[in-house]
Structure formats: structure tokens, C-alpha cells
Design a protein around this ligand. Structure first.
Ligand code: ADP
Length: 449
């Protein structure tokens, strides 16, 4: 703007000077006119010089502005590039965060990540389920608010303070009536300056492992106990025989028969344990042939009748002899039926009743064996576990000693070896119905099942 004004001013002066020069030849030139003329020329010269200087300055300023502009452009493009890099890094970080979250969410163990102030920064559903908080709404909330377990909070705090890399502890949490045991690993997270910036807690549910190990311990003590009783009487009666305490033949025979029955009891126990482990490992020799379940059931019922009679329990066999052949190992099916029948006798109080039946279900193409008793029954919540190895119903322990292996052996024989199905229904105080189904021989041969 300054330069355009100067140009106008200069143009006016040049015009005046030109007018003067043009006016001089027209008349006599006076001194004043000449001076005016010189002044005008001087002014024009001075203005010309100013114009020259101003133009130089103008060009210098334009060059500097151009430079500035170029620098700004470079800076802007640098900023754009930086912004692009930043955006990329942000996307990368977001993706990494999503991946980390996906990994943590897919872990079945409970995972809790807290920051340096013990506020929640990440948790998965199992953690929310365990401590009863909503995972999405709990972010950045203090652990104090979210987790009731004082022990876990203490562990997180002490790991953070002591900067321990990994700490492992076994924690127990109450859930309703049950106690759950967790193997808890707490690890510190370090930042670039090697300062603890957070803590990761991973809680692995070991309740089942604990139960199994408890069951194994119980099993060992049960088996030892079961072994001890017959062994003690074998030892006692054989000692009496050696010491000549059995004076007559009748007493000797009685002692021999006690020793024999106790030895058989021991044998059965060992057989049960071995059979289960053989079936589980697939090492058992199976001799399958066409057999009638009705005949097997009839023989087994006959066998337990004398045992049941000791408790005045009647055994009623309703099995009709029909064509009910299955492709099975006779001894094994026999063993399964005997196990179910002897349980029915064991867990039925005196004067009870056991009803046995084997029938063909044409619609399902199976033979169904049922053993119904009027015994102690089994609580509904324990029924799903009744066929587990070593599982015994506490409330029924008073009725008989046992190892909790009989029903598991039945299940293995029916389901694993014969492709059948075991089932049970029961009512506490009223009785139980145990049974199994086996595919009919025709279906096995034609392969329709
Ligand atoms: P065991 O009889 O040696 O304990 P089993 O595996 O045969 O082991 O049975 C497991 C548990 O199931 C038993 O301890 C008992 O509590 C329960 N049970 C089995 N059969 C019956 C039954 N007919 N009536 C009531 N309870 C039963």
C-alpha cells in the first residue's frame, strides 16, 4: 500500500515537472520559474532515488517474505507428516491395545490389571464374575471399591511396593456355600525408567484340582481302611489257626471260610481298581458276543438274593425272557448289574424292596435295565456327580463302607466299552432307580446307531 501511494505521488511530480519544461519554451523564463524548475527537477530526482531505494527494500522484503513463506510451508508439511506419523502410531497403539484386550478377554482365568495407584485399567469377564463387578463400568475405579478380598488387595499393594517381579499365592474365596480356591500370580509392570507403573493379577481356578487331590487322599485312606479290615481278620484267624486255637473241625472250617471271604473281599477291591484303570487306559480285553441281558439280570438277581436276605430285603425280578440280545462282554455286563444290585442292598435299610427289570425298547432300539430300590436316596444336587470316581454321598456313608468306585466302573463298562448309557433318578428317603441302556444286537450289526 505504501509503495502504491508513492507511485501516485511520484507520477504527480513528474507530471508537474514535465508541465514546467513544456511551459518554458512558451514564454520568457523568470528566475523564480527557473528555480521552480530546478526544484521540481531536484524533487523529481530525489523522488526517483527514493523510488529506487524503496523498490530495493520492497524486493528485499518480498524475498524475505518468500523465504518465510517457504519455511512456513516446510514447517506445515513437516507438521502434516508428523500428524500423519502420530495418527499411524495412534492407530498402531489402538490395535495393540485391542490385541492385548482380545488376548486378556479370551483367557479363561480371571485377569486384573491395575495402575500405580491401584486403579483398575483392564479386567476380563471371569474377573468381573469372580468379584461381581461390571467390567466396562469399572475402569479407573479404585480396587478398594471393586474387590472385596482384603488378601488380594494386600498382595497387589505389597508387590507394587516391594517391586517384586512375580508373586504366587493360593487364595480362597467364598461363593455362596462353596469355597473356591485360586492360584494367584501377581506380576509388576515396569515403565522405561524401571519404575513400577502397574500390576497384573492372574487368578487360576484350582478348586477342581484341590477337590481331586482331596478325593485321592480320601481314596487312599478309604482303600487303606478297606484293606485293613479284611487283612486284620485274615491275620487274626490265621494266627488262631496256627496257635491251635480252633479245637474242632467245625471251628476250623468256620475260620477258613472267614479267611476265604475276607480274601475275596480284598480281591474284589483290587479288581475294581484294576478294572477301572484298565478300561481307562484301553488295555482291558473285551470278549463281545451276542448275549441276553434278561439272563444276565436274572443270574445277578439270584446272586444278591442271599445277601439281601440278611437285611430282610426282597428282590423282585420282573424280567420277561424275550429276544433281547445285545453285543456285549457277558462278564462285564454281569459285573455292572451286580454292582448296581449290591449298592441297592447296601443303601436300603432293613425290610426294603428291590425291583429289577430288563426290557426291550423297540422305539429306541435299546435294552433297558432298571434297578429300583426303597433305600436312602440321593440328594438332587449330588446326582450329577454320583458316577464320578471316588465320589460318595456323605449322608449315605453311615449305611455302608465303600470306595466310591462301583458306579464309576458301571459307567466305564456301559458307556466306554459298550457304547450305552447309564442313568439315575432318586428321591431322598424314598429310594433310587439306577439303570442303563445298551443298543440291541440288530442295531449294532446293521449299524443303524
Ligand atoms: P461305594 O458304594 O463303594 O461308596 P459306588 O460308586 O458304588 O461306591 O457309589 C457311590 C455312592 O453313591 C455311594 O457311596 C452311595 O452314597 C451312593 N449310592 C450308590 N447307589 C446308591 C443307592 N442305590 N441308593 C443310595 N445311594 C447310593
Amino acid at each position: 500500500m505504501v509503495f502504491s501511494k508513492n507511485y501516485i505521488f511520484l507520477a504527480v511530480l513528474v507530471f508537474i515537472v514535465l508541465m514546467l519544461i513544456a511551459a518554458m519554451p512558451l514564454g520568457g523564463t523568470t528566475l523564480a520559474e527557473a528555480l521552480a524548475c530546478i526544484a521540481a527537477i531536484g524533487a523529481a530526482g530525489w523522488l526517483g532515488w527514493r523510488l529506487f531505494i524503496e523498490r530495493r527494500m520492497f524486493l528485499v522484503q518480498v524475498a524475505s517474505l518468500r523465504n518465510d513463506y517457504k519455511n512456513q510451508c516446510e514447517k506445515a508439511s513437516q507438521s502434516i507428516n508428523d500428524a500423519k506419523d502420530f495418527k499411524l502410531q495412534l492407530q498402531l497403539l489402538k490395535r495393540q491395545k485391542r490385541n492385548t484386550e482380545a488376548i486378556i478377554y479370551s483367557i479363561s482365568d480371571a485377569v486384573i490389571v491395575t495402575d500405580a495407584s491401584d486403579r483398575l485399567i483392564m479386567a476380563n469377564e471371569p474377573a468381573g464374575g469372580l468379584f461381581d463387578f461390571d467390567v466396562k463400568g469399572a475402569m479407573l475405579k479404585p480396587m478398594e471399591e471393586l474387590v472385596s478380598s482384603g488378601e488380594l488387595k494386600k498382595l497387589i499393594g505389597s508387590s507394587r511396593n516391594s517391586r517384586t517381579r512375580h508373586v504366587r499365592h493360593e487364595l480362597q474365596f467364598e461363593s455362596g456355600e462353596n469355597t473356591q480356591t485360586y492360584d494367584c500370580i501377581i506380576s509388576c509392570i515396569y515403565d522405561d525408567d524401571d519404575q513400577v507403573c502397574g500390576v497384573v493379577s492372574v487368578l487360576h481356578d484350582i478348586t477342581r484340582e484341590k477337590e481331586i487331590s482331596q478325593m485321592k487322599n480320601d481314596f487312599v485312606s478309604h482303600v487303606s481302611h478297606e484293606f485293613k479290615t479284611p487283612l486284620a481278620s485274615i491275620t487274626a484267624y490265621s494266627e488262631m489257626l496256627v496257635d491251635g486255637e480252633a479245637a474242632d473241625e467245625k471251628t476250623r472250617k468256620e475260620f477258613y471260610s472267614i479267611i476265604q471271604s475276607q480274601a475275596q473281599r480284598l480281591n474284589r477291591l483290587i479288581e475294581d481298581i484294576l478294572n477301572i484303570s484298565r478300561i481307562e487306559s484301553g488295555l482291558i480285553k473285551v470278549n463281545k458276543e451276542a448275549v441276553s441281558t434278561a439272563l444276565i439280570v436274572r443270574d445277578a438277581a439270584q446272586m444278591v438274593k442271599s445277601y439281601a436276605a440278611e437285611k430282610n430285603i426282597t428282590v423282585e425280578d420282573q424280567t420277561a425272557i424275550v429276544f433281547d440280545q445285545v453285543y456285549a462282554d457277558k462278564d462285564m455286563i454281569s459285573q455292572a448289574v451286580i454292582n448296581l444290585l449290591s449298592n441297592a442292598v447296601k443303601y436300603t435299610p432293613n425290610d426294603g424292596k428291590i425291583t429289577v427289570n430288563s426290557e426291550v425298547d423297540e422305539s429306541q432300539q435299546v435294552v433297558r435295565v432298571t434297578i429300583v430300590d426303597t433305600g436312602a436316596g440321593i440328594p438332587a444336587e449330588e446326582l450329577p456327580r454320583i458316577f464320578e470316581k471316588f465320589y460318595r454321598v456323605k449322608a449315605n456313608n453311615k449305611f455302608a463302607k465303600g470306595t466310591g468306585l462301583g458306579l464309576n466302573l458301571v459307567k466305564q463298562i456301559i458307556e466306554k466299552v459298550h457304547d450305552g448309557r447309564v442313568f439315575v433318578t432318586s428321591q431322598v428317603g424314598k429310594g433310587s432307580c439306577f439303570g442303563f441302556e445298551l443298543p440291541l444286537l440288530a442295531t449294532v450289526k446293521t449299524g443303524t446307531r
